[in-house]
Design a protein around this ligand. Structure first.
Ligand SMILES: Cc1cc2nc3c(=O)[nH]c(=O)nc-3n(C[C@H](O)[C@H](O)[C@H](O)COP(=O)(O)OP(=O)(O)OC[C@H]3O[C@@H](n4cnc5c(N)ncnc54)[C@H](O)[C@@H]3O)c2cc1C
Length: 399
């Protein structure tokens, strides 16, 4: 039986061309072109040398993203497939794809809202109550609430069954104490999806529950972390008797593992469906600019980048068309992170020694990608974890 709370299903694609034309027209009138001075498609790649600069650039990135998301909402282009009571339009799911595809062609980004737009809905449509959806979903579509994920801990990353942050029942809800790490966007989010232990350690996965935690409250302390690129991107989050009201428990007590699986599947699909590592055309532009597009070695790198990108696009198109692709999320996520790494390596080869000049406007963006690529191999589950999933769920190999 279909889930009555789920967004409208695919449905016939009648009217797709007209809808596409209407969306294209709106973007042409409202969105900055890629490469123009107003282009903010990379605003989510927050990079700063001091904690203070990090805070300022994160605040800038989130306010630009909020304003853009609000414009999409006002234009009736946000949450096309979501039901009207959750802020959407009850349209077929392919209309969301049309908007996402069109958006990727312009100098805009909603990636700062990735958790809210791409993971929270999957979680709440599948495991949440009507009250939770009515409360949390519309403000995301309106660009009012940003979300982050409080999953990883110093002793629990790939294997989240080891989570030790504890949620204890108190009057009217839960009190949460523990430490999270590697939290993206913690300092600019109103809410977090949190995994915490409500049972004993011996219970493992069965002792976990998933919550919605308000980030701006006295029991939540956020400390920025610096990574190897020199840039700040992550945070540690310390929870000391932070409060979650009863409404914040998603699914039942002890259902955390099932909720987490939904969250991680949507995260992998979201990362794999991302566009920020798109690079083949840019690599060609770089080679032409530096006058080495005739070099056979460079041409080989450019061809490899174009082939990988095309493979990824075709795989996504199969998934979007409703074909069954075993282990689709892990496969696209793995292809995407490999593509990001190999493209950054290719750019470094093309740039040669210039790749080491940090303040050169041509090399600096590639250097940043080169240093960010290893992180893509980890975030949303490491490459090894994706390969395990492909082996087991895609190829049917034993654990
Ligand atoms: C860009 C980025 C953004 C992130 N954002 C967030 C966020 O917002 N919120 C959040 O909670 N976390 C976030 N993380 C953390 C991320 O989810 C973890 O880094 C990741 O899950 C790996 O966990 P770990 O770092 O503890 O490594 P570990 O789990 O300790 O793994 C160490 C190594 O062992 C390998 N390994 C572990 N288990 C297996 C296995 N069963 N089979 C084979 N190899 C294995 C891993 O592949 C890895 O190479 C982010 C990380 C990055 C890089």
């Amino acid at each position: 039986m279909p889930n009555p709370s789920a967004p409208a299903a695919g449905g016939p694609e009648e009217g797709r061309a007209e809808f596409q034309a209407r969306v294209h027209e709106w973007f042409a009138a409202n969105a900055p072109r890629r490469g123009s001075p107003e282009d903010f498609s990379a605003v989510h790649i927050v990079s700063a040398r001091t904690a203070r600069e990090y805070h300022e650039s994160e605040q800038h990135a989130i306010s630009v993203t909020r304003a853009w998301q609000r414009r999409l909402f006002d234009a009736g282009l946000a949450g096309r497939s979501w039901r009207p009571e959750y802020g959407g339009h009850g349209a077929p799911a392919w209309q969301d794809e049309v908007v996402v595809e069109e958006q990727s062609r312009w100098g805009v980004s909603t990636k700062m809202f990735a958790v809210g737009l791409e993971m929270v809905p999957a979680v709440l449509f599948r495991h949440g109550t009507h009250e939770q959806r009515v409360t949390f979903l519309p403000p995301i579509l309106r660009g009012e609430h940003s979300w982050c994920q409080l999953l990883s801990e110093p002793g629990a990353g790939s294997d989240l069954a080891g989570v030790q942050t504890r949620a204890t029942p108190v009057d009217g809800g839960w009190s949460v104490t523990g430490q999270k790490v590697w939290t993206s966007n913690a300092g600019c989010s109103e809410y977090a999806l949190l995994i915490a232990r409500t049972g004993t350690r011996e219970e493992g996965r069965a002792g976990l529950s998933c919550f919605v935690l308000a980030m701006t409250q006295p029991g939540v302390e956020i400390r920025p972390l610096r990574q190897m690129s020199g840039a700040y991107h992550f945070n540690e989050v310390f929870l000391d008797n932070a409060f979650v009201p009863e409404l914040g428990l998603i699914g039942g007590r002890g259902d955390g593992w099932a909720v987490l699986r939904t969250m991680l599947a949507s995260e992998r699909a979201a990362i794999g469906g991302g566009t920020s590592a798109r690079s083949a055309a840019q690599l060609v532009g770089l080679a032409l600019r530096l006058g080495c597009a005739d070099d056979p070695g460079v041409r080989d790198l450019l061809a490899q980048a174009a082939i990988r990108e095309r493979t990824l696009d075709l795989l996504r198109a199969r998934i979007a068309a409703g074909h069954t692709v075993a282990a689709a999320g892990p496969t696209t996520k793995l292809l995407y992170s490999e593509h990001a790494r190999l493209s950054a390596d290719a750019a470094t080869t093309i740039l040669g020694l210039a790749a080491t000049v940090v303040d050169d406007p041509v090399s600096a963006p590639w250097l940043e990608r080169l240093l960010f690529a290893p992180g893509l191999r980890l975030g949303g589950g490491t490459d090894e974890i994706q390969r395990n999933a492909i082996a087991e769920r895609g190829l049917g190999l034993p654990r």
